[in-house]
Design a protein around this ligand. Sequence first.
Ligand SMILES: NC(=O)c1ccc[n+]([C@@H]2O[C@H](COP(=O)([O-])OP(=O)(O)OC[C@H]3O[C@@H](n4cnc5c(N)ncnc54)[C@H](OP(=O)(O)O)[C@@H]3O)[C@@H](O)[C@H]2O)c1
Length: 333
Amino acid sequence: MNLEAAMRLAIEQSERVKGATYPNPPVGAVILDSDNDVAGVGATEPPGGPHAEVLALRRAGERAVGGTAVVTLEPCKHHGRTPPCVDALVAAGVSAVAYAVADPNPVAAGGASRLADIGLDVTAGVLADDVASGPLREWLHKQRTGQPHVTWKFATSVDGRSAAADGSSQWITSEAARADVHRRRAVADAVLVGTGTVFVDDPLLTARLPDGTLAERQPLRVVVGEREISSEAKVLNDDSRTMVIRTRDPHEVIKALSDRTDVLLEGGPTLAGAFLRAGVINRILAYIGPILLGGPITAIDDVGVLSIAHAQRWRFDSVESIGPDVLLSLVPN
Ligand SMILES: NC(=O)c1ccc[n+]([C@@H]2O[C@H](COP(=O)([O-])OP(=O)(O)OC[C@H]3O[C@@H](n4cnc5c(N)ncnc54)[C@H](OP(=O)(O)O)[C@@H]3O)[C@@H](O)[C@H]2O)c1
């Protein structure tokens, strides 16, 4: 197996644990033996557990000697809750290390140069873009800015409406698209709506499997706004924890969620507009159903753009079909 193929396998490993490792990064690792065959794979365990490299090395055993470690993030060289991965790689006898993305955390960084100094063959940047925009996207953002990464997700008709004229919006998109949203909730740190959505839709905001049962991991549910919501609101049930933030200031919301890494904003047009105006959205996921609704309820309120010259410009990160719907992913241009 070549380095790129091994990195794809490492990415698959990291995707499996995404959401379960924060505040640690969801990393994937593959150990190739000296014939370049896969000897072991691993992914970061929840905080306090072993890092991806250590698990992959354990599985590889003696086959790691003279082999290559392929890791999505530069191996750490510091003592955190677990010993440095660099030491584990050297002790296992690998002769080469390839990684995708350098560790932006100054405390953990420097592992690659330490390995090179010891005499290992080190390759940086293998599928770096795939990893940085994929499994490590939210964690890298948190490391660089100190703030959680915020994704605004919404469902819309092809004419940009988020509900019919009477406010009904269930459902604009297909079961397949909604299952995709539940999968994203299960890996998010927090799911956010405004009081308006709680009053109109009374959502559970839990991550559920296609059979309706609760997913293993549940995000923190967050309701934002000054009005008091009913104690009977479904979002306050025992399925997960819920935080009510009595503010209309997006920056205060971000501050209150500063211990989170991956936040999914599922609010209606008012909250989404406020967050976009405040410039605190890092990605947009638009699930577009092949229906027309017309009418006054647009997917988004005013975002402060009065003229095309001042339009918020984003770029498409990916476009995919989900059942009969389309999912557009956009990132700031
Ligand atoms: N298609 C979709 O993806 C989707 C998703 C969610 C909802 N919806 C639809 O959207 C409709 C509800 O829309 P909505 O806009 O009322 O929901 P929302 O955006 O979730 O909630 C709006 C409320 O948030 C509070 N808020 C927090 N920060 C604010 C700020 N900076 N500026 C203004 N208000 C702020 C206000 O409540 P306070 O007065 O309490 O402060 C405001 O009334 C429903 O018809 C629902 O079905 C559609």
